[in-house]
Ligand binder design. Sequence first.
Ligand SMILES: [Zn+2]
Length: 223
Amino acid sequence: MASCTYSVPDKNASGDNFYGAFICQQQYIDYFWEVYGFNGNKGYWDDGFGWHDACNTNKPLARTFNACYLLTYSASDYLNDSYDAPQNILQWGRRYVRESIDELRSFCGDGGAVASFSGGTAELYLSFWYDYSVVERAAILVHEARHEAKGHNATFPSGSVFGSSDDADSNWDYQGAWTFEAGYLWWFYAAGARTTSASRERARQAGNVIIDNAFATHPGFNI
Ligand SMILES: [Zn+2]
């Protein structure tokens, strides 16, 4: 982290102040550390990444914990994370991330990718913490988790804000990482609990950016 340079954007706008007020309890820190893939990866989260400063929402670890909190508690009936019961990703997204990401590691990155996934290990880069709000971070974790089952299969549409690489999904029904990410944002906008109206609106906007830019064939709807 010594070599990482970053600035911390407005923490009210990103939701980091709101969620940061909840995460700073040992029970949450222990729980997130255990279930979301941090365990065994202390070497990636110490130094400047926040291991010695787990409540400091200027740092990557606490900003990741904020996303874990949102992922864990945003369904009204959050204890029910069965894949078939309430049939929406707001309920089971947390379980899906837990079960798909074995190792969660932090890196400075090269300024390109936000995150990546390979063989059960998700890597997070600076942009993840400092270019995205808490709800967007949670949705990115869902995206990376989806890569356990499916990769991307198309090129971004022309003019896409995501560029021109092959990291797009062909369409919504492919049910790839972009559908999961946008779907999570959609459900959070529609039914997110223990959050703010500003975070829900942010989710709607972010979901629409994905719908408009991440599919080779536009889904034909917006949030
Ligand atoms: Zn992806």
